[in-house]
Design a protein around this ligand. Structure first.
Ligand code: ADP
Ligand code: MG
Length: 255
């Protein structure tokens, strides 16, 4: 599979008055089109920094990023960024929130409006299009935030701990739900999380990062012998426990 994104030898440090903090050290990986990659690693290791570099918000100190075979600078990818908090605006209804990005980028066309309505319908929010965000459950809000991102048709979706603000029960259902939506929409995505179970139940492949300055400790491809490869079925599969133990050991082995 031809990679949509290639990182080679990425280094990054923050410079503050206290001095230099090396955060990323020699990070290289490729992401295939349509692939769902999860990045796991301890808190503070540099996961969000890595996403900011991929999004072009930070410039790497060293290393190269290619998007669709071309250098990042000459051909910046369409990036969809989804964060921990849904950032829905209370003074706009659900439809107005979902189309906010289109409006800002002056892409509010009959076609894009129809796409927004179609996504709201497919994912059970059309009845709530005139509701305020506060009238929705946590899961529905997160779904609205995802639809707002998807409607921009990004080449790559970056998800930075998008479920961690939700309580455990909701996180399970919303995580599964959103994983299914991304598969159905054939989206290329990178999910950053410190929740191993979440990564194993959703991703095609997992990259394990070391504590700061983060290097890549291991890359694990996930394969499940399942008739229906859904997050819920994965959680109950025997492979799940094996992957969990393998990755857990890798994360906690810091010699
Ligand atoms: P993660 O997302 O894995 O928790 P981050 O990428 O947010 O980690 O941060 C990695 C390290 O860089 C942390 O130690 C953090 O304190 C530091 N850091 C993050 N942002 C800045 C900044 N703007 N200036 C200085 N240090 C930062
Ligand atoms: Mg982070």
């Amino acid at each position: 599979m031809k990679p949509i994104l290639e990182l080679s030898g990425i280094y990054y440090s923050y410079h503050t008055t206290e001095g230099e903090t090396p955060v990323l050290s020699n990070i290289s990986f490729a992401l295939g089109k349509g692939e769902f990659l999860a990045i796991v690693g301890p808190s503070g290791c540099g996961k969000s920094t890595l996403l900011s570099i991929i999004a072009g918000l930070l410039e790497p100190e060293r290393g190269l990023i290619k998007f669709d075979g071309k250098y990042h600078q000459e051909c910046p990818p369409g990036i969809g960024y989804m964060l921990q908090h849904d950032h829905l605006f209370e003074w706009r209804n659900v439809y107005q929130n979902v189309t906010l990005g289109l409006e800002i980028q002056k892409q509010l066309t009959p076609r894009s409006k129809a796409k927004a309505m179609e996504l709201l319908k497919t994912y059970g929010l059309d009845r709530f299009k005139n509701s305020r965000p506060s009238e929705l459950s946590g899961g529905m809000r997160q779904r609205a935030a995802l639809i707002r991102t998807l409607v921009m048709e990004p080449d790559i979706l970056l998800l930075d701990e998008p479920f961690s603000a939700l309580d455990y029960q909701t996180r399970l259902t919303v995580g599964d739900d959103i994983g299914q939506i991304l598969r159905k929409e054939h989206r290329t995505a990178i999910l950053v999380t410190h929740d191993l179970s979440e990564a194993i139940s959703l991703a095609d492949r997992i990259i394990i990062m070391s504590p700061r300055p983060a290097t890549i400790k291991q890359k694990v491809a996930l394969t499940f012998q399942l008739e229906q490869d859904t997050p819920l079925h994965r959680r109950n599969a025997t492979e799940f426990k094996n992957y969990f133990n393998l990755i857990w050991e890798e994360i906690n082995n810091n010699e």
